[in-house]
Ligand binder design. Structure first.
Ligand SMILES: NC(=O)c1ccc[n+]([C@@H]2O[C@H](COP(=O)([O-])OP(=O)(O)OC[C@H]3O[C@@H](n4cnc5c(N)ncnc54)[C@H](O)[C@@H]3O)[C@@H](O)[C@H]2O)c1
Length: 255
C-alpha cells in the first residue's frame, strides 16, 4: 500500500454525517494507505451507514467520551480490528444551546460543565484510552476553532476550545517522552451538524467570505482533513503542541 499514511492504523472519532470533518479525514486516510477504525456516538446505525460510504467500509465501535466504561474498554475493542494504533483523531465537540448564540452571561454551570467535558477534557481521556495501543512515532490530532479571540455567538464553546488548545499542549508535554505527538488543526467555518447547532453561525460565514485572503469554502472539509493527515504522518516528526490554521489565512488578517 502506498500513500502518505501507508501502513498506519488510525482511530477516527466524530463521524456523524458525510459532511463531518472526521468523514473527510477517514476517507483521505484510507485513500492514502491507512487502515481506519471509526468510533460512533449515539446513533450507531447511522454512523455504520455512513461508514459504508468510505472507500473501504470501516468498523465502528461505540464511544461516548464522557462514559468511563466506554473509555476503559476502548483499547480491547479497537484490538478486535487492528493490533495497534499509529494515530488518533479527536473530532468531537458539543455544547448545550444555553452555552451558544449569545448566552455567555446566563449559561448555568451544569451546561458549561457538559461543554467542557465533551469538548475539552475528552481530548485527554480519549488519548489515554488509546495509549496502550500506541508506540513512539504515534500522533493525536484534534480540531479547534481559533480560541485566541472571543467570537460573537461562540461563547462557552470558545472557552472549551481555549481549554482544548491548552490541553493539547499539556498532552504534548506529558506524552513527548513516549514519542507521541499532540497537535491541533484550527479550521475555518464548515457547514456540519455541529456548526448548524450554533445560532448565528452565518456571521462566521459572512466574515470568512469577506476576509479570508485565500477565500474559503464552507462546504469543503478536505483542506482541514489534509492538514490532519499531514500531522498524523511521518512528515511532522518534531512538531508537537502546535496549532495549524486551515482557515484561508483569516487568522492572520486584522479587522
Ligand atoms: N464545523 C466547523 O465550522 C468547525 C470549525 C473548527 C473546528 N470544528 C471542530 O471540528 C470537530 C468536528 O466537528 P464537525 O464540524 O465535523 O461536526 P460534526 O457534527 O460532524 O461532528 C461532531 C461530532 O462530535 C460527536 N460527539 C458529540 N458528543 C460526543 C460524545 N459525548 N462522545 C463522542 N462523540 C461525541 C458527534 O457524534 C459528532 O460526530 C469539533 O471539535 C468541532 O468543534 C468545527
Amino acid at each position: 500500500m502506498s500513500g502518505l499514511l501507508a501502513g498506519k492504523r488510525l482511530l477516527v472519532t466524530g463521524v456523524i454525517t458525510d459532511a463531518s470533518i472526521a468523514f473527510s479525514v477517514a476517507k483521505l486516510a484510507q485513500e492514502n494507505g491507512a487502515q481506519v477504525v471509526l468510533t460512533g456516538f449515539g446513533r450507531l446505525s447511522l454512523v455504520e451507514r455512513i461508514a459504508k460510504r468510505l472507500p473501504e467500509p470501516a468498523p465502528v465501535i461505540e464511544v461516548d467520551v464522557t462514559n468511563a466504561e466506554h473509555l476503559a474498554s476502548l483499547a480491547d475493542r479497537v484490538r478486535e480490528h487492528v493490533d495497534g494504533l499509529d494515530g488518533v483523531v479527536h473530532s468531537i465537540g458539543f455544547a448545550p444551546q444555553s452555552c451558544l448564540g449569545g448566552g455567555f452571561l446566563d449559561a448555568p454551570w451544569e451546561d458549561v460543565a457538559t461543554a467542557l467535558h465533551v469538548s475539552t477534557f475528552s481530548y485527554k481521556s480519549l488519548a489515554m484510552a488509546a495509549l496502550p495501543l500506541m508506540s513512539p512515532g504515534g500522533a493525536v490530532v484534534g480540531l479547534t476553532f481559533d480560541a485566541t479571540k472571543a467570537w460573537p455567538v461562540y461563547d462557552w464553546m470558545g472557552v472549551a476550545k481555549a481549554g482544548l488548545e491548552s490541553a493539547s499542549r499539556y498532552l504534548a508535554m506529558h506524552l513527548g517522552k513516549q514519542g507521541i505527538r499532540s497537535n491541533l488543526v484550527a479550521a475555518g467555518p464548515l457547514r456540519t451538524i455541529a456548526a448548524k447547532s450554533i445560532p448565528g453561525f452565518d456571521q462566521f460565514e459572512d466574515a470568512w467570505a469577506e476576509r479570508a485572503p485565500l477565500g474559503w469554502s464552507l462546504t469543503d472539509q478536505e483542506p482541514a482533513a489534509r492538514a490532519c493527515l499531514a500531522l498524523l504522518s511521518d512528515w511532522f516528526p518534531a512538531t508537537t503542541g502546535e496549532i495549524v490554521h486551515v482557515d484561508g489565512g483569516y487568522h492572520a488578517i486584522g479587522s
